[in-house]
Design a protein around this ligand. Structure first.
Ligand code: SAH
Length: 342
C-alpha cells in the first residue's frame, strides 16, 4: 500500500521518467482491478440555475452574465432516451443547486426513466436535503456525485460561502448518501488557488477513507466572472499547479489508492488537453461522461470557459474507441456499477 509520504513526494515529482512509470503502473492496476471496459455515462445538464456562490464556478448565483435555463420534463426524458439509444449504460443528471428542481418533479422524471429504460440513474445536483435525497433514491436513483473539492476546512470555507443558515459540509453529506444506499462519488479540483501538496495528499487519503465508488478529478480552470478567477497566478512553492500533468498524476494516484473505484477521464482534463480523454483512460481512468445535453443549453452550462465536448453531435457507444484511437479496451455494457465488472 502506497504511503502518505510517497503520495506527497509523487505529487511533487518533476522527473518525466518517474511520472511515466507512475502512469503505467496506474494503467496496470486499472486493468487488474476493473478490467478493459470503458463505461459511458451520458451527461444531461438539466439546469444552470444556482442559489450558491461558490467562488470558482461560473454558474454562481451572483453571475448575472449567465442566461439561465431549466430543461422541461419532456426534454430531459427525451435526452435520457438518447443516452439509451446511443448504447450507454448510465444517465447522469447534473445541475446547479436549483431550488426549482423540486422533490416531486424529479421523482416523476426518475421513475419515468427507470420504467422505460434499463439505465442506471446518477444525480449530481449539489447539497440537497436528506428528505429530497431519500425521495429520489426511492424513486429509483442509483448514484450521487458530490465533489468535496478540498478536504481542508479552511480552504473549503473560503471558497464556499454559506447559504442562509446552512453550513456547507459535503463530507458529512457523502456519508449520509452512503447510508441511504446511493453508490457515492466525489472528487476534487486540482490546483485551486491556496491548495497545497499536503492538502491534496489528505484529499487522496480521504477518498480511501470514504470508500468511494467513483472519484472525479479535474484541473481547476479559472472563470473570469468569479472571485477566484479574478485573482492573479502569484505562486508560492507549496501551491499545486492547475495543469493537465498535475491532474494526470492525481488521477493515477487515485487508481493506486482506490483500485476498484470508477474513475472518469473528465471534461476539464479534455479541456486542457485535446486528447485528455484518451490519455486519462491510459493513466488509470475507466469511465467517460459524454455530454448529451441539447446543444442550445450545453453552451450555457459554463462552469468554466471553453468546456470541451466531443462535438456538437452526440457520439454512439460503438464509435467511442475509434474516435479516441484507443486500443486493447472494450466498451462496458450494462450500468457499470462498482460491484459489476462488466
Ligand atoms: N451543482 C453541482 C454540480 C457542479 S458542476 C454540485 O455542486 O455538485 C460539477 C463540478 O465541476 C464541481 O463539483 C467542480 O468540481 C467542477 N467545477 C466547477 N467550477 C470549476 C472550474 N472553474 N474549474 C474546474 N472545475 C470546476
Amino acid at each position: 500500500m502506497i504511503s502518505k509520504k510517497e503520495i506527497t513526494s509523487l505529487l511533487q515529482e518533476k522527473d518525466p521518467h518517474i511520472l511515466e512509470t507512475l502512469w503505467q503502473q496506474a494503467d496496470v492496476v486499472r486493468q487488474r482491478n476493473v478490467g478493459p471496459a470503458i463505461h459511458l455515462r451520458g451527461l444531461i445538464e438539466i439546469s444552470n440555475i444556482c442559489r450558491r456562490s461558490c467562488c470558482y464556478c461560473g454558474l454562481r448565483a451572483p453571475n448575472e452574465a449567465v442566461k439561465r435555463y431549466r430543461m422541461s420534463t419532456e426534454e430531459i426524458i427525451a435526452s435520457a432516451r438518447t443516452v439509451f439509444d446511443l448504447g450507454y449504460g448510465t444517465v447522469v443528471m447534473q445541475a446547479g443547486e436549483d431550488g426549482g428542481i423540486t422533490e416531486e418533479w424529479l421523482c416523476q422524471i426518475i421513475s419515468s426513466i427507470k420504467s422505460s429504460t434499463p439505465l442506471a440513474v446518477t444525480l449530481s445536483l449539489g447539497e440537497r436535503t436528506e428528505q429530497e435525497l431519500a425521495a429520489w433514491k426511492s424513486a429509483g436513483a442509483d448514484r450521487y456525485l458530490l465533489r468535496f473539492e478540498t478536504s481542508n476546512r479552511q480552504l473549503y470555507t473560503a471558497i464556499h460561502p454559506d447559504f442562509g443558515h446552512t453550513v456547507s459540509n459535503r463530507i458529512e453529506l457523502l456519508a449520509k448518501l452512503k447510508t441511504m444506499g446511493y453508490e457515492t462519488g466525489s472528487g476534487v479540483m486540482v490546483g485551486i488557488p491556496g491548495q497545497t501538496y499536503e492538502m491534496l495528499t489528505q484529499d487522496i487519503l480521504l477518498f480511501r477513507e470514504l470508500d468511494l465508488d467513483m472519484i472525479g478529478i479535474g484541473p481547476y480552470i479559472p472563470h473570469l466572472q468569479t472571485p477566484l478567477g479574478q485573482i492573479g497566478s502569484e505562486q508560492h512553492p507549496e501551491q499545486v499547479p492547475n495543469t493537465a500533468t498535475m491532474a494526470y498524476t492525481v488521477l493515477a494516484l487515485c487508481r493506486l489508492v482506490c483500485p476498484q473505484a470508477n474513475i472518469p477521464a473528465t471534461t476539464a482534463l479534455a479541456t486542457l488537453n485535446t486528447n485528455g480523454y484518451a490519455v486519462g483512460l491510459q493513466r488509470g481512468a475507466n469511465v467517460v461522461m459524454p455530454n448529451v445535453t441539447p446543444f442550445r443549453y450545453r453552451k450555457l452550462y459554463e462552469i468554466y470557459p471553453e468546456k470541451a465536448c466531443f462535438s456538437q453531435d452526440t457520439i454512439a457507444a460503438s464509435e467511442v474507441l475509434q474516435k479516441l484511437s484507443i486500443k486493447n479496451r472494450t466498451i462496458g455494457t450494462g450500468p457499470g456499477g462498482r460491484s459489476k465488472s462488466s
